[in-house]
Design a protein around this ligand. Structure first.
Ligand SMILES: [Zn+2]
Length: 347
């Protein structure tokens, strides 16, 4: 897509690319770009993932959702030791820096790594080491959301809560829940969220992506959700929209992901505008960007088109993400001021 595509504000893509941004819903392994995967594959020559960039580009061209899952799992298989974890994390931050993402709450699934034999302490040290390097060398501030892979059952919930509470890394700010919603009821995860919240972690479960608004209510009432991952089906329940707006429970909207997973049929039918018109605090995110052939800048461009926004409107979305983040107050003020200064200079 270019600036000259119909219905687009000229120069808006350039504005978005330079805009300082925060991202609140983006997955660790799901952020492995072909460049990063090539580096990991080169470390593990026995893997079936090609390490040559041209072959890898072909490998990353998804035929359908089953193929996407297959590729995703083959990337998971490349994360075998602490050095892989460190490399992945730092290189994800490098891709973020290139998009002027200044702050990101990265959703990390420790269970996928500890379950594959990486010791919990080595895992935590690797991400923390990468976090510090990303901040000093790239100017990207990373924070962690440790999430339960719902499909792996309560053993994974126990392990995730244990690592979060026992090892509690400095960068950890929140606790999440991902994986399929259908057949994986949310109430069973309450005790694990209770433990995480008891040590001061924020609650940010995925909800209402592939199920109805009742899952979002469960996330709020049982899991203490302070933000909702996706929450696309919230628009089916006006009372829920009112509740989200009143309590400033932000939605982490990922437009391209919603189409790829068929949570929403087409971009034109995306409920983003309805959420905004109901007064809900909406943030724009990329979820698993290379896997969905997108990045945060592209998601902002899509949101701008769906909401008919100009540069100031897009800056407003960036400020929403800062407001809904778990940055401390001075951190929020600094990033908001950066967004304002950039926007003022643009005019
Ligand atoms: Zn997600």
């Amino acid at each position: 897509m270019t600036d000259t595509a119909p219905g687009r504000v000229p120069g808006l893509d350039t504005f978005i690319a330079g805009l300082p941004k925060a991202e609140l819903h983006v997955h660790h392994v799901g952020s492995a770009s072909p460049r990063i995967v090539a580096e990991l594959a080169a470390r593990h020559r026995d893997s079936r993932v090609p390490s040559d960039p041209a072959a890898l580009a072909e490998y990353f061209t998804f035929r359908d959702f089953a193929h996407f899952i297959d590729v995703y799992l083959s990337v998971v298989d490349l994360i075998r030791d602490a050095e892989d974890v460190r490399l992945l994390t730092f290189e994800v931050a490098r891709d973020m820096a290139r998009q002027n993402i200044r702050y990101a709450e990265l959703t990390v699934t420790p269970y996928s790594s500890t379950n594959r034999g990486i010791p919990d302490r080595a895992f935590v040290e690797a991400i923390e080491d990468a976090r510090k390097a990303a901040e000093s060398e790239l100017g990207v501030v990373l924070r962690w959301c440790f999430d339960i892979p719902g499909e792996a059952g309560l053993a994974s919930a126990e392990e995730t809560a244990r690592i979060a509470t026992e090892l509690r890394p400095e960068g950890l700010v929140s606790f999440g829940l991902g994986g399929p919603e259908i057949g994986v009821p949310r109430p069973q995860f309450k005790p694990y969220f209770d433990r995480a919240r008891a040590i001061g972690l924020h609650s940010v479960p995925h909800a209402g992506e592939t199920t109805g608004p009742e899952t979002v209510w469960d996330a709020i009432n049982l899991l203490g959700a302070e933000r909702i991952g996706h929450g696309t089906s919230s628009v089916q329940d006006p009372r829920l929209l009112e509740h989200l707006a009143e309590h400033r429970i932000a939605l982490e909207v990922c437009p391209t992901s919603n189409i790829a997973t068929r949570a929403v049929r087409t971009l034109e039918e995306h409920p983003l505008r309805q959420m905004v018109e109901a007064g809900v605090l909406v943030t724009i995110n990329s979820d698993d960007p290379p896997m969905f052939s997108t990045d945060l800048n592209n998601e902002y461009a899509i949101a701008a088109r769906l909401l008919d926004l100009d540069a100031a409107g897009v800056a407003g979305l960036a400020k929403n993400a800062v407001e809904a983040s778990f940055l401390d107050t001075p951190g929020k003020a600094r990033l908001t001021a950066e967004i304002d200064a950039y926007t003022a200079a643009w005019r």
